[in-house]
Ligand binder design. Sequence first.
Ligand code: GDP
Length: 745
Amino acid sequence: MQSALDKGNTANPAKTPAPSTAPAEGGVSPLNAPDRKYSLERTRNIGIAAHIDAGKTTTTERILFYTGLIHKMGDVDDGNTVTDWMEQERERGITITSAAITCYWTQKQEGLNKLMGGIPHRVNIIDTPGHVDFTAEVERSMRVLDGAVAVFCGVAGVQPQSETVWRQATKYHVPRIAFVNKMDRTGANFENAVQEMRKKLGAYAYPVVLPIGKEDYLRGVIDVIDQKAIVYDDKDAAGMKYEITEIPDDLKERAKTALAELISAVADKDDEIAELVIEDKPIAPLVLKAAIRRLTCKIEFVPVLCGSAFKKKGVQPLVDAVIDYLPSPLDVPSATGQDPADANAVVEVKSTDMGKFCCLAFKLWSDPFVGKLIFFRVYRGTLNKGDTIYNPRTRKRERVSRVLMIQADKRIEVEKTFAGDIAAFVGLKNIITGDTLCDEDDAVLLEPPTFPDPVISMAIEPKTRFDRDKMSVGLQRLAEEDPTFRCFTNEETGQLIIAGMGELHLEIIRDRLFREFKVEANAGAPQIAYRETITKAAEGEGKFIRQSGGRGQYGHACIKIEPNERGKGITVENKVVGGTIPKEYIPAVIDGVHEAITTGNLAGFPMVDVKVQITDGSFHEVDSNELAFKMAGIFALKDAVKKAGAILLEPIMKVEVSTPDEYQGDLLGDLNRRRGKVSGIEAKNQATVLNSDVPLAELFGYATVIRSLSKGRAAYSMTPSHFEQVPNSILEKILELNKPKAART
Ligand code: GDP
């Protein structure tokens, strides 16, 4: 039987897609510009996701080596790897920022690609942060990649945190292949790892390679589909030399069984293979691979590979599998965005070179040699050096003078970028992470610019006075890179305040300040970012009258305040008629009102969602001036708030806990003690998932508690959700604690 595959269709093999996206001869569809070197079909944007220590860095390093980029392999333990650009990542062992690296791979074996004449594929590896605190960062990196390699430890199998990483990928609909690493370690057990993927992750996971030997005797892997052995030459330290040979006798039976199981698993989900099985016809390796590709792209199947990144075994078949099974930009649903002119209009952005240019800036990076790099993924169209791009957020245009692609530690200048490409702008200004940059004639907002407000803050000061300017510059630079991080000066105290999404977030900012900007900083204790608001309408009056010989002061204002809709913020309107406050003094009153609102009235936290109307006042021909009216505005607001039922609001986090059943009771009890409101309990993939809303103030140290309550088996993630009134029983305590702080700040 001849499948669509045999005609050279790798983008959407067998299930022929709509005519407009159907690849032409040679596997290149008309969606590609004629002058591009690597077609959309031959592009892979992937992430490598793993539990800390499973071997993500080592595996990435090996892939870069085999794809020909680095000539000396770095070992993590020597601390010279390519992807962990930030020193602190090496120390902490967690990857915080996304770097994107481009590499190229030509399959040597019988891959699907062979039908396209052995032409190289371009693989962009986007580094995904492994820590749940960096929600915005995880979300953005998941958005720009089309597929992922999930790395597991062959000894530990599916660890609690691998469940979190896996669930994140599921949430963002990222197709995956799995790599069971560390097969050379004592106690490595491939079958067990696969079973755990099925049991703990609910993955429809089946091996496409098997290990030959294990621990010290790991010699290579068996390609289940081709029924061949790949045996490495142990004398070649780089792991470049291997032989494709017959499967050793003692493993023949096992390899056959694995193939039969694989075919049967695929047949259960894929009609084409099911038909061949029913008719008892032979299934050619490429036909089976094409079916696995279809299912993997639809997230219905997880091909599992194995090896040892450290011992350089099994990495080449892994890169082959990236090409064979993970989607190209054409195999995933189109990106969607918003029409900047109409927030309700959803716009589809198809992957094609033929439309108007549109890309997402997903990462800002200060490169020590070339300055600020803005990493972007092109979704549609092409961009030439010298073109002008439009930023719908700022409504500004900028000319693109330089574009780079990062290949390990090399920066390659490119003249033109195409759909699906990942590259970096140099020298553009006024761009923040998450901006869409596009053609002005067909503007789209891929990520509407709504970043959650910070929920935690702390005062920060340089250890030496002379570093203050350097620190401001550093903080500003970091805020540009990360829209969920803010820094500002408290006008009253002159203290610098940093604010962000969690304790660890701010700790890392301080670390980066030290490492990248050489400023050591002292920080105060973390403070919850409470807000104040009012519950009823009230009127207020403010007078600032001084008569002390000479010229006096006279300002007098009356205002009305009422609660504004949640999320509407502060609005101040002038309703003064008949010139009781002369026009030229109105801005001063408004200033005063704003000042009193931002410094708060209950416990010194800024107010939100208040509508203010300036209604009346009086003036003095000689003594009135701007300062006096500003003071009148401040007093009037304070007077009104006293009568308006002021309340304190606290940040509430959405907390999702995933746990084996047996710990459910203890974890629920603990959430209750933390004033958590449980909104749902669901059974999912062999685990129980508890969804709840919990005040951030009750979540300090939660990581430790959840670990001890569940013997390390439960995993959780939290994201800021909304603000809610602080219950009276707690309010007193907060007022007590914050009053002195409010007076200080
Ligand atoms: P990451 O935290 O997931 O990036 O993991 P690393 O790549 O930094 O690896 C963590 C540790 O495991 C390091 O000491 C590596 O040398 C080691 N390691 C990584 N891959 C393997 C492997 O295949 N076999 C063995 N024995 N050790 C490995």
